[in-house]
Design a protein around this ligand. Structure first.
Ligand code: IMP
Ligand code: MG
Length: 414
């Protein structure tokens, strides 16, 4: 059996959580492979809304095993809180397992994140402030602490901790920082019943023919290597990150399903070429409820960007696509689509996204005013909505297998 991937193909917040929640019914294991509690996956089930940060978005399926892979950085307190909230609504959390290779986010990482942002001044990235970047820095610097190191006397985690502190900024040092970090390591210790040998865990399940779904976090254009650097997160969010984040080979990957919102959003700073600074952007934000799950920040909004989308199809080797929040475009007289970039008189690819003199060609298609949230078949959508999807299909060149038309679990058209 091969593992399938579902990942975001824009700047995060494409609505992956509810898609993973839906698809999880057909899988035995759902695994996260990167990121940490910078992610905010919300799923709506009836009147309940669950906001998840670290636990994979398949918690509502009691039979599914949930795995937090070695490519992640985990804040133990966030995870303990999340597990507590899930247990409070009757969800069995004993099936949540954490790779021993996953790194631990400590309070000094959070402080270093804030200090680095202050240092950047007007060039601040607008991070989620969760210490994600510094935790990955320590991982690469070989001074991080993994779940494998907890309770392992020979690795002397507290010595490693001091090494990590020494690399931090002034604000992260002193007794307070050290004290908080020790408390956080104790919290990590409380997660011990969930910690497994992450490589054995995933390979046993692949070998046993278990159906495995790999859940991306953030989005393709926030990838540390291929996103809008330096306005990116600190992990590999693209499909390749699933292999390194779980310790599996590319031959073990089956389908790669990309999630695209019907328009673009971005939270934090950095290029968003199709951004609308007028009332249309405001309307997208209002109709789409575009405010961050983690930070509550208003998201920047713009039209669907075909240049960025083609780039994401290529980077991930997508086999199919899902388009979310099509209903948010209802009520626009004309719906725009960025079809190409130009710099001066030359056409340009996505790498030009941050160029100050970037110009774009925007195609405008007729909109629709009828509500579409009750449509369950793509064929039932208004003709103009179908024409818009048809345009996306031409751009993506991979089949669109589903379209979401509302927040509810059932509001999907195929
Ligand atoms: P960091 O991941 O907290 O370091 O933030 C780096 C950039 O990625 C910032 O622009 C964040 O807003 C963005 N980011 C991180 N995680 C997410 C996410 O789950 N959704 C959307 N944006 C995110
Ligand atoms: Mg999110």
């Amino acid at each position: 059996m091969k593992a399938d991937i579902i990942l975001g193909c824009q700047w995060g917040d494409e609505g992956k959580g509810r898609i993973v929640d839906l698809y999880a019914a057909d899988y035995d294991v759902v695994a996260r492979f990167g990121g940490g509690d910078n992610a905010g996956h919300s799923i709506v089930v009836g009147s309940q809304e669950l906001a998840l940060r670290i636990v994979p978005s398949a918690v509502m399926h009691p039979g599914v095993e949930l795995f937090i892979g070695g490519g992640t950085v985990v804040n133990p307190q966030t995870l303990l809180d999340e597990l507590g909230r899930l247990e409070a609504i009757g969800i069995d959390t004993s099936r949540v397992k954490i790779s021993d290779r996953a790194h631990i986010v400590l309070p000094h990482h959070v402080m270093r994140d804030a200090a680095a942002e202050r240092e950047r001044g007007s060039a601040a990235i607008g991070t989620t402030g969760r210490g994600i970047g510094p935790a990955y820095v320590d991982r690469v610097a070989r001074s991080g602490i993994r779940f494998a190191d907890i309770g392992n006397a020979t690795l002397r985690p507290f010595d490693k901790l001091r090494a990590g502190l020494a690399q931090g900024d002034k604000g992260a040092q002193g007794d307070k920082g050290g004290q908080d970090d020790r408390e956080m390591l104790e919290a990590a210790g409380r997660l011990a019943p969930h910690v497994v040998d992450g490589v054995e865990y995933i390979h046993e399940r692949l070998y046993d023919g278990k159906r495995i779904l790999l859940e991306g976090a953030q989005g393709t254009l926030l990838d540390v290597g291929y996103g809008t650097y330096p306005y990116v997160t600190s992990s590999h969010t693209i499909a390749g990150g699933a292999c390194t984040g779980l310790g599996i080979g590319p031959g073990s990957i089956g389908r790669v399903i990309g999630v695209f919102k019907a328009y673009c959003t971005r939270v934090g700073a950095g290029p968003l070429p199709s951004e609308l600074h007028d009332e249309r952007g405001e309307k997208l934000r209002r109709q789409g409820g575009e405010f961050g799950t983690v930070t509550g920040r208003p998201r920047r909004c713009g039209w669907f960007d075909a240049v960025a989308a083609r780039y994401a199809v290529a980077l991930n080797g997508l086999t199919s696509a899902i388009v979310t929040k099509l209903d948010v475009l209802t009520g626009f007289e004309r719906v725009g689509l960025v079809t190409s970039y130009r710099v001066g008189d030359r056409s340009a690819g996505f790498s030009a996204a941050g160029e100050p003199d970037l110009q774009m060609d925007v195609e405008e298609l007729p909109g629709w005013s009828e509500p579409i949230s009750d449509c369950r078949r793509i064929a039932d959508l208004p003709a103009t909505a179908r024409a818009y999807l048809q345009r996306l299909q031409e751009v993506l060149k991979v089949p669109i297998e589903m379209v979401s038309v509302g927040r509810e679990r059932s509001q999907l058209a195929r």
